[in-house]
Design a binder for this molecule. Structure first.
Ligand SMILES: Cc1ncc(COP(=O)(O)O)c(C=O)c1O
Length: 386
């Protein structure tokens, strides 16, 4: 392999299986419940605002930190939902999706050899971003059946090299929503060991049981926390790639420093449109959660009726199921067979782990699809047992 030895280290991370499964979906005409993108695009008002922005000439580089209207809307959103008061000029940074925010945060905060504690199974860009920053990931595994955070494990994972804790709640792929008590325990560890926390909250509005609590709200946490979110999931506009980071100005400035050499800026006409979305009234957010709750329940019940062991998620787009009751020991084999056997695509959990064995029998299905697509998927899955 020519070039930087980093390249082979990045190859083989999660995206390979996504590509394989998407190709299988196309080849077999399967329903793709692998990748987490919705069937239906987001609200008309947001899309119209983007069209208007293009016609109004908002097509050149926006300011490096993001357009003022969006930064204001992000600050207002944090106040409205979480009672967090932000300075939109120094404590908010717009990024190319949450993905860039994660990468820029790791590059800004992690030095070669620093350890980053992250919840496993991991969203795949965490692994890549830590690797690119030269850091060392230290998993704290969420185990089936309830995928709760084991705080003792987290505490024991801290060493003199630990730099930060990378959190994700609501958590992809398990759907765990960390409780206030769990977050308080994480906060206690961070404060005791003087660690930073980077928290990925892209599913903040996709919570069906319990409530989303930003860790930045807990006492002693604002000054050590970078909070990341994105328009993709909240507004079902995953292709727009408008994300943001909020936190104390010194940390946000550090992320801005690395971000400017990744993309510099992005999405000029989409930024003011996302500001419109963030300002939508409470009924939008309530309907978003209730629609997805119904879809979750539909798919969970369907998977259970086919015979899977189903771990009902409290949030996100995803449900995890154990394939052993269907006669498989390995989720990868199951996912490779599934398109041909039943015309459905899922993703094996094991690609999200360092401890591959832990995820071996688990697979992830996305339920952010139209109800009739989910009903058809469940009916097709019935072929596994008929
Ligand atoms: C946990 C998590 N973080 C970040 C992202 C990516 O967000 P964006 O599309 O805004 O880069 C995803 C997308 O699937 C995700 O699941």
């Amino acid at each position: 392999m020519p070039g930087n030895p980093l390249v082979p280290r990045l190859q083989g991370l999660g995206t390979t299986i996504f590509a394989e499964m998407s190709a299988l979906a196309l080849e077999t005409g399967s329903i793709n419940l692998g990748q987490g993108f919705p069937d239906d695009d987001g609200p008309q008002a947001i899309k119209q605002a983007a069209v208007d922005a293009i016609w109004a000439g908002r097509n050149q580089y926006p300011p490096g930190i993001g357009v003022p209207k969006l930064r204001l809307a992000i600050a207002e959103h944090q106040r409205r939902f979480y009672n967090l008061e932000l300075d939109p000029d120094s404590e908010v940074l717009v990024t190319a999706g949450a993905t860039e925010a994660i990468a820029a945060a790791m590059l800004a905060m992690v030095d070669a050899g620093d350890e980053v504690i992250a919840l496993e199974p991991y969203y795949d860009s965490y692994v890549a971003s830590i690797v690119m920053a030269g850091g060392v990931r230290v998993p704290v595994t969420l185990h089936a059946p309830d995928f709760r955070l084991d705080v003792e494990r987290l505490r024991n994972a801290v060493t003199s090299r630990t730099r930060l804790i990378l959190l994700n709640s609501p958590h992809n792929p398990t759907g765990t929503v960390l409780t206030r008590d769990e977050l308080q325990a994480v906060a206690a560890v961070a404060i005791e060991h003087d660690l930073y926390v980077v928290t990925d909250e892209v599913y903040e509005h996709l919570v069906y049981d319990g409530e989303h609590v930003p860790i930045a709200r807990l006492p002693g946490m604002w000054e050590r926390t970078l909070t990341i979110s994105s328009a993709g999931k909240t507004f079902a506009l995953t292709g727009w790639k408008i994300g943001w980071v909020t936190g104390p100005s010194a940390l946000v400035a550090a992320v801005r420093t690395t971000k400017q050499f990744l993309t510099y800026v992005n999405g000029a006409p989409f930024q003011p449109a996302v500001a419109v979305g963030l300002g939508l009234d409470d009924s939008f957010y309530a309907t978003l959660a209730s629609d997805l709750r119904r879809k979750r329940d539909l798919l969970c019940a369907g998977l259970a009726s086919v015979g899977f062991s189903v771990f009902k998620p409290a949030g996100t787009y995803f449900v995890t199921a154990d394939v052993r009751p269907l006669g498989y020991g390995d989720g990868v084999t199951f996912c490779r067979d599934l398109p041909k056997r039943a015309g459905v695509v899922a993703i094996p959990h094991s690609v999200f782990y360092d401890n591959v064995e832990t995820g071996r029998p688990l697979v992830r299905f996305a339920f952010c699809k139209r109800d009739e697509v989910l009903v058809e998927a469940v009916s097709r899955l019935g072929q596994l047992v008929s």
